[in-house]
Design a protein around this ligand. Structure first.
Ligand code: BEZ
Length: 213
């Protein structure tokens, strides 16, 4: 399987999970999806990551995002670990964790990087849109926990830029001004798409209030 790239269709699979067998595409339905892998169950950084993700359930739901985790450990290991996460992180893990002892999903999504670890999955995130296209791929080292507010921020940007002719600048967060796509130059189109007006700093650098606010 070639390396996955942005815009590729997210590979479908059927795999066991902590909530039973999951057919990935049909489980996603019309939602956005986040598939995130972690190196192993019963490890400290992963425990905090899954706890934070569980606590952000309402934020994911608001954005129509379904979350699913994965490691190469078994379902019985996941179920034991979920109890620990709930206890130590004061939350309830409310999303499935895929098992991947047979490496089926790890191979499809290139989640084992042999120079990092020959046995464990890396810390990757795949964001998938409702048409099942991959929109973001992130890979972190085992020693660094991910920032799940950053993942929500990217989803906000993806969902905004999908429907408006804008892009989001560095460190943008929901509600901040955005930049107008350089391809939009027709004055009538600018007026109709950006009725709140815009500031032009350079012809290619034009800021406008976030259109959907
Ligand atoms: C962790 O999740 O804490 C972890 C996992 C693998 C290697 C190092 C840390």
């Amino acid at each position: 399987m070639a390396t996955l790239r942005l815009g590729d269709t997210a590979p479908d699979f059927i795999q066991e999970s902590s909530i039973g067998v999951i057919g990935f595409h049909s489980w996603l339905g019309n939602s956005w999806g986040i598939l995130f892998s972690h190196p192993a169950d019963f490890t400290p950084v992963c425990t905090t990551e899954l706890g934070v993700t569980a606590k952000l359930a309402d934020e994911f739901k608001k954005r129509n995002v379904k979350v699913i985790a994965l490691s190469v450990d078994s379902v019985s290991s996941h179920l034991g670990w979920i109890k620990d996460i709930n206890e130590t992180q004061s939350t309830v893990v409310n999303f499935p964790i895929l098992e991947d002892a047979d490496r089926k999903v790890s191979v499809l999504y290139d989640l084992i990087h042999p120079n990092a670890s020959t046995t464990n999955t890396v810390r990757s995130v795949h964001v998938i849109d409702p048409s099942k296209k991959i929109r973001l791929i992130l890979t972190y080292p085992a020693s660094t926990g991910r920032n799940f507010h950053e993942i929500l921020r990217v989803i906000d940007s993806l969902q905004l830029t999908e429907y408006h002719s804008v892009a989001t600048p560095a460190n943008w967060k929901d509600g901040d001004d955005v930049v107008i796509l350089p391809s939009i130059t027709d004055p009538d189109e600018l007026l109709s798409k950006f009725p709140k007006g815009f500031r032009s700093i350079k012809p290619y650098l034009r800021f406008t209030p976030q259109p959907n606010k």
